[in-house]
Design a protein around this ligand. Structure first.
Ligand code: 6PG
Length: 262
C-alpha cells in the first residue's frame, strides 16, 4: 500500500486535483476490456469535484465506459435532499449523460437498511461476477472524512458494520444521524486499486491530524482502517483541513509531492 498526502490552497484547487486524479485513474483502467469502476463519495465535499469533472473533463473521458457505484447511502429515496445518489445524479451523472444502467445504486427507498444492503450486494456480485468469498477490485473509490473519523458510512459507533469481514455491503442505524445508512464494507474498500480521500475545511483539521499523525490508543478510527493491500491511497486536502498537521509533516509533503503533482 502506498499513501500520499497533498495539500491544496483552497477548495477549487482541491476539486481540480481530484477531478484530474479521477480522469487519470479511469483513463488507465486495469482491465481495458472491461468497465472502469468508480465508487462515488457522498456528503458535500465531493460536489465541487463532480462539477469540475462536468465543466472541464466532459470530453477527457469515455464516460460511457465507466460503471458508477456508490460508496454509501442514506436510507432515503433518490429525490430526497439527503440522498447521495440524488446529489450524484444532479451534479455528475445527468450532466455527463450517464445512463441509469451504468450506475449501481443503493436502493435508499427500500424500507430497511438490511434489505437495501442485501439488494446492493446482490447487484455488485452480479456485476463483478465475483466468486464466493472473493472481493471485487474497484478501480477507484472516492471517500470523504467525517469529524468523528468515519468514512463512507462506517461510523465509529457502528461496531457490527465495522467488523463485517465477509459481506461486500453493510448497514447501520447511527443514533446521532437522521437516517439509517448503507455502506461498502472494509473488505471491499480495502480491495480497491486506488482510493482518493477528499477533505476540505477547518472543521476537519483536528480529525485529519488524528488520522494521519496521532497514535489513537483507544483504537483506530474507521478512516484509519482504510488500508488497501497493494492499493494506493491519496489524501487530497485543502490548507484549512491541514492546519493542525504538524510542521514536519507539512514540510515532508511539500518536499515530496507538493500540490501540483498528484
Ligand atoms: C455521507 C458520506 C460521508 C461523508 C463525510 C464527510 O454519506 O455523508 O459518505 O462519509 O463523506 O461525512 O461529509 P462532508 O463532505 O459533507 O463533510
Amino acid at each position: 500500500m502506498s499513501v500520499s498526502v497533498h495539500i491544496f490552497p483552497d477548495p477549487p484547487s482541491l476539486a481540480e486535483a481530484a477531478a484530474r486524479a479521477v480522469v487519470e485513474v479511469l483513463g488507465r483502467c486495469a482491465d481495458p476490456g472491461g468497465p472502469c469502476t468508480l465508487a462515488l463519495a457522498g456528503g458535500s465535499t465531493p460536489v465541487e469535484t463532480y462539477r469540475t469533472l462536468v465543466r472541464r473533463y466532459r470530453e477527457a473521458m469515455a464516460w460511457g465506459e465507466v460503471t458508477f457505484l456508490q460508496g454509501d447511502e442514506r436510507m432515503v429515496p433518490p429525490d430526497h435532499e439527503d440522498s447521495n445518489y440524488g446529489m450524484a445524479r444532479r451534479e455528475l451523472l445527468s450532466p455527463l449523460s450517464v445512463a441509469d444502467e451504468a450506475v449501481l445504486r443503493v436502493p435508499g427507498e427500500m424500507g430497511s437498511p438490511e434489505a437495501a444492503a442485501a439488494a446492493y450486494e446482490a447487484e455488485l456480485l452480479r456485476f463483478f461476477r465475483t466468486p464466493p468469498r472473493a472481493h471485487p477490485r474497484i478501480d477507484l473509490v472516492l471517500l470523504g472524512l467525517g469529524e468523528d473519523g468515519h468514512t463512507a458510512s462506517l461510523m465509529p459507533e457502528c461496531t457490527r458494520a465495522l467488523e463485517e469481514a465477509e459481506h461486500l455491503v453493510t448497514w447501520c442505524r447511527p443514533p446521532r444521524l437522521p437516517h439509517p445508512r448503507v455502506s461498502l464494507s472494509f473488505p471491499v474498500l480495502n480491495a480497491a486499486r486506488e482510493i482518493v480521500f477528499l477533505v476540505s475545511g477547518r472543521r476537519k483539521s483536528k480529525v485529519l491530524h488524528r488520522i494521519l499523525e496521532a497514535r489513537n490508543p483507544e483504537g483506530l478510527l474507521p478512516a484509519q482502517r482504510i488500508r488497501p493491500d497493494g492499493g494506493r491511497v491519496r489524501w487530497l486536502v485543502d490548507t484549512d483541513a491541514a492546519r493542525d498537521l504538524s510542521p514536519h509533516l507539512r514540510e515532508e509533503i511539500a518536499g515530496e509531492s507538493g500540490a501540483d503533482t498528484i
